[in-house]
Write a protein that binds this ligand. Structure first.
Ligand code: 13P
Ligand code: SF4
Length: 311
């Protein structure tokens, strides 16, 4: 079967099962093409609340599907590949953060949305990479514990030196391994290109960028810019999608290694199998996100706070 034929079957099954497919921008082109909504983690969590579909099939990683479930608990939410987890989301232990909170009760706990629902229950407010700086700035509190990404947290801290921002050792294994030498090499190869980086990269790397921002921030910047060439310092799919959207510009992935293995676990056959499972086929496997009402009520408080503060 060709990719196009499989996509046709998926489009038909989506209609038959009343399912909306949400795909993070780090997903492969053939998945983004059959999705109802695509974008960064914040946009998708809001899109999940907008759809009238009965079911949501998430192509991304586990915490994103959990967030969609918390914001739309009346819907059935499925993750297209049950093994797709974000390693950063698992890095901090709920009890350890609860203890830290007890020892410093005046410190506001700000959690990157890349965290488990369990951990969110002990956090005060969530942020995404597109909203982190704005939300931390807007908080009344000047004492903050930012978890789990010390690179994103460090990038915010640099821009708001007046706030006391405590960081812990955590981060994204895909972005944090990018080196200054790789940036220098890419610059030598493409001297006319602007370098755009995600704030999950280490500070020495983001310091070299002409623009630092979230997945959608990088895409918007590149589309609006008068410049014709860009080195993309985030997951390689972003360079691929940009190249497709802006054929008259040139996009170079910073390195071929900037691939999130977890995001790339999801394949088009996974999407098809999940939809077959939702349709009731006993031989197909649809992985549903199941959460208790208590966990949803407790964990979504910090997501509601993020939305209240304007994403
Ligand atoms: P965005 O918030 O930019 O979508 O990033 C999510 C993520 O996992 C980045 O690695
Ligand atoms: Fe998690 Fe990093 Fe992959 Fe994003 S790129 S999903 S933070 S491992």
């Amino acid at each position: 079967m060709t990719v196009r034929e499989l996509q046709e079957k998926i489009l038909k099954l989506k209609k038959e099962t009343n399912t909306a497919v949400l795909a993070h921008s780090y997903q492969a082109r053939e998945i983004v093409e059959i999705a109802d909504y695509t974008g960064d983690s914040y946009k998708l969590s809001v899109d999940a609340t907008k759809t009238n579909a009965e079911n949501i099939l998430f192509c991304g990683v586990h915490f994103m599907a959990e967030t969609a479930k918390m914001l739309s608990p009346e819907k059935r939410v499925f993750l297209a590949n049950k093994n797709a987890g974000c390693p950063m989301a698992e890095q901090m232990d709920k009890d350890m953060i609860a203890q830290l909170k007890q020892s410093e009760p005046d410190r506001t706990v700000v959690a990157y949305i890349n965290t488990t629902a369990e951990l969110k229950t002990v956090c005060d407010v969530c942020v995404t990479s597109s909203s982190a700086l704005r939300i931390v700035k807007s908080l009344d509190s000047d004492k903050i514990l930012f978890i789990p990404d010390c690179n994103l947290g460090g990038w915010i801290k640099k821009q708001i030196p007046e706030k006391d921002i405590k960081l812990l050792q955590g981060g994204c294994p895909t972005h944090a391994v990018i080196t200054v030498n790789e940036v220098k090499k890419a610059r030598e190869e493409h001297p006319d290109a602007l370098f755009l980086a995600h704030p999950e990269c280490i500070p020495d790397v983001t310091a070299l960028a002409e623009y630092v921002g979230s997945t959608s921030g990088i895409m918007d910047f590149a589309k609006k810019s008068d410049c014709r060439e860009f080195i993309i310092g985030t997951e390689t799919s972003i360079a691929e999608h940009l190249q497709y959207d802006c054929p008259d510009k040139k996009f170079y992935p910073l390195t071929k290694n900037l691939v999130c293995r977890n995001m790339k676990l999801t394949t088009l056959p996974d999407v098809y199998n999940s939809l077959m499972g939702i349709a009731g086929d006993e031989n197909a496997d649809a992985f549903e996100i199941i959460m208790s009402d208590e966990l949803i009520a407790s964990a979504r408080k910090c997501i509601d706070e993020m939305i209240r503060l304007g994403g």
